[in-house]
Design a protein around this ligand. Structure first.
Ligand SMILES: Nc1ncnc2c1ncn2[C@@H]1O[C@H](COP(=O)(O)OP(=O)(O)OP(=O)(O)O)[C@@H](O)[C@H]1O
Length: 264
C-alpha cells in the first residue's frame, strides 16, 4: 500500500516544525530513507504519519485517509519505532517479541512461535532468546526492538535511526535484512538515518528535509545526493561517489561556516 503525504504541517508548542510538507510517497516493497540535518523535523514527520502528534494535512495509505482510523488500527497498519526504545519490562527476548506479535495477531498458534524463532535467528538473537531485556547491551536491545516492530507485520514500518547503536557488522546486516523484508512482505519501510552512504546503498528512494522542515529533494539516491546539495542542506563539503563495483560513498570532508569557509 502506497503512503502519501500532502500539505502536512505540525506545530509543537509555538514552534512550526513542519510547514506544508508535500509530495512524499513511500511505495510497498521499497526502502525510503528520510535524511536531513539535526532538528530538520525527521522524527516529527514520522510521528505525524503514525498519528502520535497533531497535524494539519493529508496522510493516505492508498485511498484511506489515516486520520479516519482509530488509534489502534492506525498503529497496526503504520508502525513507528522511536529512536530510544523504552522496553525494560521483566521479559525475556523471546517473550518480548512474542508479546509484540500478539498485539496485532491475538490468535495463539504454533506458527507464531516458529515465526518468532525464525526472526530471532535471522537477527542473530537466538543466543539471547532467554535473556531478560534488562540484561542486554544497547545494540542488542535495538535489534530486539526492530524484531518487535517487524513481527507486528505493519503495512508501513517506520524506524527512527534504527542503526544508531549498532556496530558496523550489524548495521549492514540489519539494513540488508530490512531491504529484503520490504521486498518479500511488500511493506513500505521508512528509515530516518544520518549515514548518507548507508542511505545511498540501501534505500530505493530518499526524502531529504532541510532546516525549517521543508522538503529539499525527493527521488532516487543518485537524483538527490550531490555535492552541491549537501553543501546547501548540511553546510558540508563532501565527495559523492558512485563506483561501478562497490557501494556508493558519501565522504564528508569539511564543515562549512555560513560564509562558505571551512570551520576550524
Ligand atoms: N515538544 C516540542 N516543542 C517544541 N519544539 C519541539 C518539540 N519537540 C521537538 N521540537 C523541535 O522540532 C524540531 C524538529 O525536531 P525533530 O526531533 O523532529 O528533528 P530531527 O530531524 O528528527 O532531528 P535529529 O536528527 O536531531 O534527531 C527541532 O527544532 C526541535 O527542537
Amino acid at each position: 500500500m502506497t503512503l502519501t503525504v500532502e500539505a502536512l504541517s505540525v506545530t509543537l508548542g509555538r514552534t512550526p516544525v513542519l510547514q506544508a510538507v508535500t509530495g512524499l510517497r513511500a511505495a510497498p516493497g521499497e526502502v525510503t530513507a528520510l535524511i536531513g540535518p539535526n532538528g530538520a523535523g525527521k522524527s516529527t514527520l514520522l510521528k505525524a504519519i503514525a498519528g502520535l502528534v497533531r497535524y494539519h494535512g493529508e496522510i493516505h495509505l492508498e485511498t484511506q485517509d489515516l486520520a479516519g482510523l482509530a488509534h489502534a488500527e492506525r498503529a497496526r497498519r503504520v508502525y513507528y519505532l522511536p529512536q530510544e526504545s523504552t522496553t525494560r519490562a521483566a521479559l525475556s527476548v523471546f517473550e518480548a517479541v512474542l508479546l509484540a506479535r500478539r498485539t496485532t495477531h491475538p490468535a495463539r498458534g504454533r506458527e507464531d512461535l516458529e515465526r518468532v524463532e525464525r526472526l530471532l535467528h535471522t537477527l542473530a538473537l537466538t543466543p539471547l532468546a532467554e535473556r531478560d531485556l534488562g540484561q542486554l547491551s544497547g545494540g542488542q536491545r535495538q535489534r530486539v526492538a526492530i524484531a518487535q516492530a517487524i513481527v507486528r507485520e505493519p503495512q508501513v514500518l517506520m524506524l527512527d535511526e534504527p542503526t544508531s547503536a549498532l556496530d558496523l557488522h550489524h548495521q549492514l546486516q540489519v539494513l540488508a535484512w530490512l531491504q529484503a523484508t520490504a521486498r518479500e512482505q511488500s511493506i513500505g519501510v521508512i528509515i530516518a538515518i544520518h549515514d548518507l552512504s548507508l542511505a545511498a546503498r540501501f534505500a530505493d528512494h530518499l526524502w531529504m528535509l532541510g532546516a525549517g522542515g521543508r522538503v529539499c529533494a525527493t527521488g532516487t539516491p543518485r537524483e538527490v545526493l550531490s555535492a552541491a546539495r549537501l553543501r546547501e542542506v548540511y553546510a558540508i563539503h563532501a565527495h559523492v561517489e558512485w563506483p561501478a563495483n562497490e557501494p556508493p560513498r558519501v565522504t564528508p570532508l569539511a564543515a562549512l561556516n555560513p560564509l562558505g569557509g571551512v570551520e576550524l
